[in-house]
Design a protein around this ligand. Structure first.
Ligand code: NAP
Length: 286
C-alpha cells in the first residue's frame, strides 16, 4: 500500500494536537514537534498550555497555543479558523482530547453521559470536518484519532466512553477510505491502559495502586502517533503483547471481556473507583 503524507510531520507543516495541556497530549505534542512540524497545542486551560509550550520551546521546538473548550457549540470551527489564519493551514490533526469521569452510567444524568460522547466523539468529528476542506485544497493532510480498547473488552463502567471510542474507530475507517485517494489519510490509535501520564495513571495513584505490567507507556503512545503518520497505518493497537490479535479475539468472543477484566483485577479496581467517585460527588453536593 502506498504511504502518503508522511511529510506532514516535517518542517514547514502545521500540526494541531488536542488535549495538549496535560496527560499524554504534551508527550504527543513533543514527539510530533521533534519531527520538525510546528505544533499548535489546545485544551481548555490556558495556563497549563502555556507551561507545556514553555517547556517545549526550551527544548527548541516550534509550538504555539490556542485554548478552546471542544464541547462548546462551534468551538471546532472557530479553533480551526483561528489557526488557519495564523499558520495558513493545518496539515496534521491529532484528536487526543478525551477522557471519562469514571462514574457509574446510571448515577450520571443523561446530559453528563452525552457530554462524554461530545468530548470523545463529536468533537473529533467536528474538528476533522473543519480541517478537511483546507487539507483537500492543498491535497495533503493526516488525521490521527486516539481511541481506546474500553468498548472491545467491556471495561467496567465506561458505557458512554466506550460507545464514543468505538464510534471513533468506525469514523476513522470510513474517513480514511473516502479521502485517502484525494491526499488526506486517517489513522486510529487504540489504547489500553497507559502508564506514566494521563487519566489511567492518575487513577492508579489516587487509589494507591501499583502500576500493573499490562499498562503501555505514555511515551510509546506518542511514538505510535508519529508511526501512524509516517507509515500511514489504518489502525495501531497499543496493548502489551500481540495487541491486534487480542483485539481480534475480543471481537470474535466478546464474552471473554468481562472474564479478563475480573481475572486482571480491573472489575474490582473500577468498582472501588466508582465508590470513591460517588463519595466525592456526594461530598461536593452537600
Ligand atoms: N490514560 C489512559 O490510560 C488512556 C487509555 C485509553 C485511551 N486514552 C485516551 O487518550 C487520550 C488522552 O488521555 P489522557 O489520559 O492523557 O487524558 P487526561 O490526562 O485526562 O487529559 C485530557 C486532555 O483533554 C483535554 N480536555 C478535556 N476536556 C476538554 C474539553 N472540554 N475541551 C478541550 N479539551 C479538553 C484536557 O485539557 P483541559 O482540562 O485543559 O481542557 C487534557 O489536556 C484520550 O482520548 C483518552 O480517552 C487514555
Amino acid at each position: 500500500m502506498t504511504v502518503i503524507n508522511s511529510n506532514v510531520l516535517e518542517s514547514g507543516h502545521t500540526a494541531l494536537v488536542t488535549g495538549a495541556s496535560r496527560g499524554i497530549g504534551p508527550l504527543i505534542a513533543r514527539e510530533v514537534a521533534k519531527q520538525g512540524a510546528h505544533v499548535v497545542l489546545t485544551g481548555r486551560s490556558a495556563s497549563e498550555l502555556a507551561a507545556v509550550a514553555s517547556a517545549l520551546r526550551t527544548a527548541r521546538l516550534s509550538v504555539s497555543t490556542v485554548p478552546a473548550d471542544l464541547t462548546q457549540l462551534d468551538a471546532a470551527r472557530i479553533l480551526v479558523q483561528t489557526i488557519e489564519q495564523q499558520r495558513g493551514g493545518i496539515d496534521l490533526l491529532v484528536n487526543n482530547a478525551g477522557g471519562d469521569p469514571q462514574r457509574e452510567f446510571q448515577s450520571m444524568t443523561v446530559d453528563e453521559n452525552l457530554r462524554i460522547v461530545h468530548l470523545n466523539l463529536l468533537a473529533p468529528i467536528a474538528l476533522s470536518h473543519a480541517v478537511l476542506s483546507g487539507m483537500l485544497d492543498r491535497g495533503r493532510g493526516h488525521i490521527v484519532n486516539v481511541s481506546a480498547i474500553a468498548g472491545r473488552i467491556a471495561f467496567p463502567h465506561t458505557e458512554a466512553y466506550a460507545a464514543a471510542k468505538d464510534g471513533l474507530i468506525g469514523f476513522t475507517r470510513v474517513l480514511r477510505s473516502d479521502y485517502r485517494g484525494r491526499g488526506v489519510s486517517a489513522s486510529v490509535v487504540i489504547l489500553g491502559a497507559v502508564r506514566g501520564a494521563g487519566q489511567g495513571q492518575r487513577t492508579m495513584d489516587e487509589m494507591g495502586l501499583r502500576t500493573p505490567p499490562f499498562m503501555v507507556s505514555a511515551e510509546a503512545v506518542a511514538k505510535a502517533v508519529v508511526r501512524a503518520v509516517r507509515r500511514d497505518r489504518a489502525e495501531l493497537v497499543l496493548l502489551p503483547g500481540p495487541g491486534r490479535l487480542l483485539k481480534a479475539v475480543m471481537d470474535i468472543f466478546p464474552g471473554f471481556g468481562p472474564a479478563i477484566n475480573r481475572a486482571s483485577g480491573s472489575t474490582k479496581t473500577m468498582d472501588n473507583v466508582m465508590r470513591v467517585r460517588e463519595a466525592k460527588r456526594n461530598a461536593e453536593v452537600k
